[in-house]
Design a protein around this ligand. Structure first.
Ligand SMILES: Cc1cc2nc3c(=O)[nH]c(=O)nc-3n(C[C@H](O)[C@H](O)[C@H](O)COP(=O)(O)OP(=O)(O)OC[C@H]3O[C@@H](n4cnc5c(N)ncnc54)[C@H](O)[C@@H]3O)c2cc1C
Length: 221
């Protein structure tokens, strides 16, 4: 059993100004103000900022972003609730983790980052150690039963029933900027799951740097 950290990868190349200019060209059709477009991108910054402040967010649906997440299956269950997005996810029906290709073991997502994000037992190292220890035992048990089921002739899609929520999954999400804004508003606050926040907070920080006009008004707790 291997335990790795969660991660993300922004798959869409982002040129911040070009993205804004694309939205500007589309949005100015509404106001017939194409004559105000400047090549340096300054008009695009002001225009897109105005759209977002006014709530005319339909215009930012004209740009999209694909992001690959490596998270556990619990977090991925939450990700796929976002109906406006499109998904491609590693299949536990087709992947046989007992194969050499997967190192003959299951890969899980470490629990520690989520626990630290939750911030309840951070000062009690002993308790933290016991929790991690217990979790590791559960993961090893699950792995043992998964591999045993396959040895007994079960297909991966049947053996997967004993895989834990902590099983690592890769999931690529494509969504437009409007949906990503909705996503971050729901998935970064303290009310979101700590393992979700562990990954969405650094991602939002990075996107705020790349696309400040689109994401700057979404605060991070
Ligand atoms: C803190 C938290 C706790 C949660 N707890 C639970 C829980 O206990 N149980 C549970 O089942 N789920 C839970 N969820 C998931 C939640 O119910 C939503 O499914 C999820 O957050 C997706 O939100 P969304 O509908 O805004 O996103 P999307 O599905 O991506 O939709 C984006 C936006 O499109 C619009 N939209 C989409 N579909 C429709 C529609 N049919 N009609 C009208 N407008 C639509 C809405 O404006 C919506 O905000 C929780 C989510 C959060 C953030």
């Amino acid at each position: 059993m291997k335990a790795i950290k969660p991660s993300y990868e922004i798959l869409t190349p982002i040129d911040g100004i070009k993205e804004l200019q694309h939205i500007e060209r589309i949005g100015r059709v509404c106001y017939k103000s194409e004559g105000n477009i400047t090549e340096d991108g300054e008009s695009a910054k002001k225009f897109v900022s105005m759209l977002i402040k006014k709530g005319h967010e339909a215009m930012i649906e004209h740009s999209s972003l694909s992001i690959k997440f490596t998270v556990d299956r619990g977090v991925s269950h939450e990700l796929v609730r976002h109906r406006i997005a499109s998904f491609a996810q590693e299949s536990t029906r087709y992947c046989n983790y007992s194969n050499d290709k997967f190192g003959n073991e299951i890969t899980t997502i470490q629990l520690l980052g989520g626990i630290l994000e939750e911030n309840k037992i951070i000062n009690d190292g002993y308790k933290l150690g016991l929790i991690i220890n217990e979790w590791e035992k559960a993961m090893e048990d699950a792995e043992h039963h998964y591999i045993k089921l396959i040895e007994l002739g079960a297909t991966p899609q049947i053996a997967r029933s004993v895989l834990p929520n902590s099983t690592k999954t890769e999931i690529t999400i494509t969504a437009n900027y409007r949906e990503w804004r909705n996503f971050f508003k729901l998935r970064t606050p303290a009310s979101a799951h700590p393992q979700m926040r562990e990954i969405t907070k650094p991602l939002l920080i990075e996107l705020k740097e790349m696309l400040p006009i689109i994401f700057e008004d979404i605060s991070i707790e």
